[in-house]
Ligand binder design. Structure first.
Ligand SMILES: [Fe+2]
Length: 319
């Protein structure tokens, strides 16, 4: 085994052992790190397959890593293989969810940066269905899901997480599998309008100016304008994009509509959108714990957020 050069310590990305356990390899060097402060150690070179006992030992006690220079190759491997993996019931649910989330974040990041609206929507249809393959039937709860999600505040990470949470909440509310797939897709697209806002404003650590906030408040409308004429998105999905910042008492935006004027899927999206934002890293604060984030939502129960949906979310969080 050889130790990675010290200058490369920060350039490693954790990967899931699940796909390797299926007898494949990524075609890249795989490293292991047992303790967080250790240097990564080369476990297996690109042309080899990891012996099962080595894989088991590292999976149990440490992390598998690849060098960030190999990120693209790793991602293309995942894109080609993730469907087999997420459908494989021998792979632990947490690993399947983790792999799917990695793929969704990666594909969304790529699509949001380079895709056309058409290709973004088509991609989100596929990813929404993939998401429900696992989250629609397995007994995944938000607390477990949270452990395998990433919590930086990139728009694509936020959208991937909101989608996963929306599926769990909608499943708890009794929606059908078809509805769950559409809700997953709608949630992936809910912040589409943010593509028209600069990262400088979206990630600004301090208080927004009135002009900047006015710009932010346009994103539900610009999002809807991007997709409003598409026949492959239903009304509920469009309202997830347009109404996820509306509040039951009429204090939201972009219109300030209230109560039954807000589509139920918009109300679902509102709850998980705020929950996800509070429980993720921001440049200016650490993530809220689940109980603290829920307490913030609960202050708006019945006034800003749907009371019954919020109660369902509380139960799913086991609070
Ligand atoms: Fe939003």
């Amino acid at each position: 085994m050889s130790v990675a050069p010290e200058s490369h310590f920060d350039c490693f990305i954790p990967i899931s052992a699940a796909t390797l356990a299926r007898g494949t390899n990524y075609g890249v060097d795989i490293y292991a790190r047992i303790n967080a402060s250790d240097a990564p150690i080369l476990l297996c070179s690109a042309d080899q397959q990891i012996p099962k006992e080595k894989l088991d030992a590292v999976s149990l006690n440490g992390k598998l890593l690849i060098h960030c220079d190999n990120r693209d190759r790793y991602q293309s491997f995942l894109r080609e293989n993730y469907r087999d993996c997420i459908a494989d019931e021998c792979v632990p649910v947490a690993d399947r969810v983790s792999i799917l989330n990695d793929v969704i974040r990666d594909v969304l990041a790529d699509q949001f940066a380079n895709g056309t609206t058409e290709s973004i929507v088509e991609t989100c249809h596929t990813l929404g269905q993939d998401s429900v393959t696992i989250l629609g039937s397995e007994s995944v709860v938000p607390n477990e899901l949270c452990k395998v999600l990433h919590h930086d505040y990139g728009t694509f990470t936020h959208s991937a997480n909101v989608s996963a949470y929306a599926v769990l909440l909608a499943r708890g509310l009794g929606y059908s599998k078809t509805d769950l797939e559409q809700i997953a897709t709608g949630a992936l697209l809910h912040d589409l309008g943010k593509l028209d806002i600069s990262d400088q404003i979206l990630n600004k650590p301090g208080k927004l100016t009135d002009a900047e906030f006015a710009l932010i408040k346009k994103h539900p409308t610009t999002g809807l304008q991007r997709v409003g004429d598409r026949t492959d998105l239903n009304y509920g999905q469009l309202m997830m994009i347009y109404q996820h910042h509306e509040r039951i008492n009429g204090t939201g935006y972009p219109v300030g509509c209230s109560a039954d004027e807000i589509h139920p899927w918009g109300k679902i999206c509102a709850i998980v959108d705020v929950f996800e934002a509070l429980t993720s890293h921001r440049p200016y604060r650490v993530p809220f714990t689940h109980p603290t984030a829920f307490a913030v939502l609960e202050r708006g129960s019945g006034s800003e957020f749907d009371k019954e949906m919020l109660e369902c979310w509380r139960q799913l969080l086991s609070l």
